[in-house]
Design a protein around this ligand. Sequence first.
Ligand code: FE
Ligand code: FE
Ligand code: ZN
Ligand code: FE
Length: 174
Amino acid sequence: MQDSKNAKTKSANGLRTLLIDQLKDIYWAEQALTKALPKMIKHASDEKLVKALTKHLGETEGQVVRLEAVFSSIGEKPEAKKCEAMSGLIKEAEEIMNSTEAGVVRDAGIILAGQKVEHYEIATYGTLCAFAQTLGEKKACALLQETLDQEKAADATLSAIAESSINAEAVMVD
Ligand code: FE
Ligand code: FE
Ligand code: ZN
Ligand code: FE
């Protein structure tokens, strides 16, 4: 009886450590995105794409602040730890922008790169919200859910823009 209780406490501590570690990772990633998104906006041509990315830049700045609230809700200090995955995704976005001509094809590439970022964030926030829920951290979970909803909406908007015009126009370009 005592052993199984100890095992349970031990795995809860392990999950809590993993939650904190991954919060540091996504905190770094969101901060990196506040610097990467302006470059993507500058390179985008389509008006709807510029608008969507600009809106999401504002949301991303809010997500950095929201993560600080998540840290404090679980009694931790905000700390960033380099996310190698986001660093790589941002590098790929830069490669795409450098290897395409400005216009619909580059726009299609920016959407591709942007959606890879959103999917990484959706996977992260979905999981971290579940971890927080399991650990009884209701406030943290609610905050993470708010960001998750923004990431899902951003992803859906990018899909809609790609489907509405950019991909069809990009195929007409030599
Ligand atoms: Fe984000
Ligand atoms: Fe990461
Ligand atoms: Zn450039
Ligand atoms: Fe996002």
